[in-house]
Write a protein that binds this ligand. Sequence first.
Ligand SMILES: NC(=O)c1ccc[n+]([C@@H]2O[C@H](COP(=O)([O-])OP(=O)(O)OC[C@H]3O[C@@H](n4cnc5c(N)ncnc54)[C@H](O)[C@@H]3O)[C@@H](O)[C@H]2O)c1
Length: 366
Amino acid sequence: MIIGVPRERKILENRVALTPNGAKTLVQSGHRVLIETQAGAGSHFPDSDYAACGCEIIHSLAEVWGQANLIVKVKEPHTEEFKYFRKDLAIFDYLHLASMPEIAFKLRDSGMSSIAYELIRDEKGSLPLLEPMSEIAGKLSVLNGAYFLLTQNGGRGVLLGRAAGLSPARVTVIGAGVAGKAAVETALGLGASVCVLDVNEAKLKALSASFDDYVDVKLSTPMAIQQELPNTDLLVAAVLVPGAAAPRILTREMIRTMKPASVFVDISIDQGGCAETIRATDLQNPTYIEEGVIHYGVCNMPSQTARTSTLALTKVTLPYILEIANSGVDHVIRSNSIVRAAVNTHQGQLTCKAVAESIGAEYTEL
Ligand SMILES: NC(=O)c1ccc[n+]([C@@H]2O[C@H](COP(=O)([O-])OP(=O)(O)OC[C@H]3O[C@@H](n4cnc5c(N)ncnc54)[C@H](O)[C@@H]3O)[C@@H](O)[C@H]2O)c1
């Protein structure tokens, strides 16, 4: 198979879909790997590393898309790439189509097969291709939040950790999953006082136990959120209903009760965000103020630690890329139910129910 790896086009997206070592595994299995020049530069993998692993360095985006049978990327296709969509091509990457109907319809109408990293769900029910990025984004949410709480960045001028006998800042995390847990770990590590809310009681119990009860846990209800927000310095949202648009659990009125110049980081922005006041931003201009609160809505947070993220991503995606390359897209979709469940579009149909419902389009079962 010919596997194409384009350079990412999203603003300040520095990850790349394959490390040189990952690409080498594919080359050694008899596949051709086309790397667009400079695709790995942002993660400090120069073209020469890929060439040494047997990859072909390609100087035009059109050629990468035009020659490949399978495109592997990090983020959703960029507008510049829409014109290369075609029927006999497959793409495997983070798609998050519930929040991007335009891309969903373009992929569907092209007849392409698109398979979403974030919907690969293993036998244990976890999302192994999303987890490493969620863990990294969770940790970064608190580091970014702490940065925007600084006085010179427009924040309240509050230190997250305890100092000089004063009470520590309060961090509220909504969502006790992978990203939420990583946010809690980082916030506790910095010495903050932490509260976590989730609708899943079992997850809250497990999370509380894993931090020796150093964290307050609450069942997430509108009332519990309302009680927590006026005392919160940094709010982190990390909720997920796989495939679907993020549930809108934070109203404008709730955000209005937060302290002036406090910070809200919505990690779930890649699924559309969970607050009435949130909108997508980018790493160049990551924040804006709404209701006096600094809002942060970056959809590619892990790009800030591009090398770590690229290494972590290739580790989990490579077995799937290898299987697709070895067996062919159609065969894997037929024979592997885990991959089949992650197919968003195939032969002109939208084949993910949660995505179809979120964007009000017709769903066709694969
Ligand atoms: N912005 C970024 O750069 C970035 C990077 C990685 C992941 N993400 C996103 O972060 C989000 C969280 O991912 P994750 O891997 O931690 O998911 P997860 O499935 O591990 O955890 C999600 C949690 O949300 C909880 N939840 C669902 N509905 C809820 C509700 N109404 N109220 C309260 N809690 C609710 C679930 O019970 C679960 O515990 C996803 O949208 C993911 O795509 C964003």
